[in-house]
Design a protein around this ligand. Sequence first.
Ligand SMILES: [Cu+2]
Length: 118
Amino acid sequence: MQCLLGRALPRLLLSVVILLAVALVVLGAKGLAAESHEVDIDNYHFSPSDLTVPVGTTVTWVNHDEIPHTVTAADTPRSFKSSGLDTDDRFSVTFTKAGTYTYLCTVHPYMTGKIVVR
Ligand SMILES: [Cu+2]
């Protein structure tokens, strides 16, 4: 009995170690994979206007309107600020700090949106 346990235990421990190593690799790869999201600018609206993302996410705005718009953070100093985006122009921000970022289009200040970074 003692002998049987003595042989089985190292194998069991080895299996547990291998499983833990695999789990770490899988979880680690998932944690490192940065997310990306797109916000469409369409008919004078940001869509989605409210977006919650993990830290490290890159958000790209795409202007689908025939009118120029901007994507400008509402804080001071501005966390981010695009130039005037023409039709099909894109603007990206990578959010490295948690927080709530409200933004607007400076050409049409009633166009507002919010990115919550956790
Ligand atoms: Cu605008």
